[in-house]
Design a protein around this ligand. Sequence first.
Ligand SMILES: Cc1ncc(COP(=O)(O)O)c(C=O)c1O
Length: 401
Amino acid sequence: MDYKKTNERFFKEFRYKTDIIMKKLIPYGCQWIDKEDIKGVVKVLKSNWITQGPKVREFEEAVAKYSKVKYAVAVSSGTSALETAYAVAGINPGDEVITSPLTFTATANAIVRWGGKPVFVDIQEDTLNIDPKEIEKKITRKTKAIVPVDFAGHPCDYNKIRRIAKEHKLLIIEDAAHALGSEYRDKKIGNFAHLTILSFHPVKNITTAEGGMILTNRKDFSEKLKIFRHHGIIKKPEKGGWYYEIENPTFNYRLTDIQSALGLSQLKKLDKFIKKRREIVARYNKAFKDIKEIIMPTEKNYVKSAWHIYVIQLRLDKLSVDRKRIFEAFQKKGIGVQVHYLPLHLQPFYQKKFGYKKGDFPIAEKYYQRAITLPLFPKMTNKDIERVIKTTREIINFYKK
Ligand SMILES: Cc1ncc(COP(=O)(O)O)c(C=O)c1O
């Protein structure tokens, strides 16, 4: 092990975290935990059930009710939700699954986990979501499912995707890790795919620290999901209260009651969180309207986005430096910007294993060269928002041609 490098990395991370604690650095995303959340968690900690108890079911029912779907199955993370959903959808070795290259690696990794091949399709320039026009060109006899990703919380164009899926008898598994609470044509996310997955990581729209959920309107899927998350155990009470059988061995993907209590309490604040996110976005949009050097994110009139992240794109032809220099300038000024994401077809694994190469998805690549995610989370103060706006103006002014 290279101890010098490890130490350097540790101190860099330590300084970053200290800066957040000292409020010098505004991160790109952050949870909002209040007294009610803590009270809910402590109550469970003092009870007899800290896992596999009643809070899990209560949380599932509350999310299902909020999203107006029939069934919800809680699991240990968004990644577990993807693995579980893909398994239940029957993704097997040799199957092809169509998805967007512009997503977190978990979306595609979980396809590989079951031996499938992620077949990437380029994105739309404005919504940054999978381009429905391109999907049909990639359908083969091996295609099993389409996995649209609601990037940044903006729902994909589900009328078009559903038409394609129906015609080719494909399943839709929606990666809505960014999109709990988002709406497509006045209906909440969860009602457009056969299976919809959510993540409750701290930067997401609500949090359980780690956690995830799968939404579905199909009873058979909900039953299979519950068996899959719990070792493949099928209870047979007619043979005795203790008795179960295993037909297909799986793993432990369970969420705890402690986390579910946090989720339940967070869910009560989701609409308030989304309202706050949308207010910050409106302020950014107003403040950046006249800056010719940046492109602001889009929200189509047929959606209402929960705005998980706010990504600007730099017009590099109007700037004297590249994205890396601008990114570093933000970081130096204490604005914890990020980049979401390096398109997956550019990752070494996906290139080596499936032969993807630079140039395959030009719109995703162009986006990647120019993208910067600015801080956006409900707990941002007026001062934080003003600081992000002022710093963005200063940096762009400094580097403009
Ligand atoms: C689009 C997308 N899918 C899946 C995941 C995985 O979720 P988790 O971190 O809860 O495992 C994430 C998390 O960042 C994500 O952004």
